[in-house]
Design a protein around this ligand. Sequence first.
Ligand code: HEM
Length: 379
Amino acid sequence: PFPLYARLRADSPLLHEPREDLWILFDYDSVKWALQDHDAFSSVVTTETGTTPDWLLFSDPPRHTKLRGIIMRAFTPRSIANLEPHVRELSRELLDVTVERGELDLVADYSSQLPAMVIAKMIGIPVEDRARFLRWGDIIMKLSYTIAGGDESKRAMVENAAARDEMRTYLAGILDERRRAPRDDLLTRLVEAEVDGERLDAKELLGFFQLLLAAGTETTTNLINNALLCFMESPDQLARLKAEPGLLPLAIEEVLRFRSPAQSMFRSTKRAVELHGRVIPEGKFVLPMIGSANRDPKQFREPERFDIGRDPNPHLAFGHGIHFCLGAALSRMEARVALTDLLERLRDFRLASDEPWQPRQALHVHGPTRLPLRFEPGV
Ligand code: HEM
């Protein structure tokens, strides 16, 4: 999509798509504004398939503030640091079973599994239920493609209804257990939480569960995938990182900018909004294109260059303002652990086939569906 973004950003940074009545923003300043100004842009949006779910991500203040408060404590630097040894262990285990083959599909064998297992751990899902949890994550993700106008819509809706029933029953059981025997996990925090003096009801609890699955899995999966894509496209930058491993955190920021896992977000106008000399009427569906903002030459010097030393790097990959990604520190940590292991153990990795990699069929997710790699096994 990147050459197209560049053309549109230069020609019409505010594009009205008449068929779906969508207003699309391509330049850095407008995207940042739409993401952060919750008086002008609401996160409650209505799409063809209905209003967005009642999740934190899709809520406005004052409700947003209360919902965010409930799970914020699960994402403190201390909680993230406490999870790190577990992430290392998971990463090592996943690679131990595949690396010897000298070939793997990074998506199926590694990058789609690690983040889901980390969230399962964070939420407090027992190990024996993790496989089910992974499958639900997959289905929820397809549903969010639907919200974003993906092509798997109908099937995903049906699958989603079945999965939602299954999840609801499962969740009711496990939440009951926590009510009886509280633990130090997110499930316990959710059953004990109160908003305006009231406990969350079953629907709200399910919403949190789904949100964490949707927001925390595929995004981090693609951060890991996209990092390897960037390095295969820019071997000089890989060599630079090997020579200067201390650059890893900056390199991760540059992957986030250059191949943003979430290419766009959604908003709706709460009032008429003036932008680039035009007026977006009230109640319109707006798409701030994060992936385009992150390559805006007005903000980034040589934006089309992948430069792991880029500093400062004020990309918008995690959003901006009150909805700024709660999982940012978690996924940065996961990416750090994952890339350290992958670069060490998949020596000289390259694509295993000559075919170009297939992008996800979704408007707002950026990354490959499969990433078959060949490499020399490292210990
Ligand atoms: C919000 C991207 C990983 C949980 C957001 C937003 C973006 C984003 C752009 C802002 C949405 C908006 O303004 O409407 C990403 C990317 C990730 C990532 C690129 C990985 C590379 C995670 C993880 C978790 C998570 C690992 C949780 C385990 C959330 C939540 C919100 C959010 C709960 C909603 C916050 C709110 O509405 O206040 N994310 N995310 N994300 N993210 Fe992430």
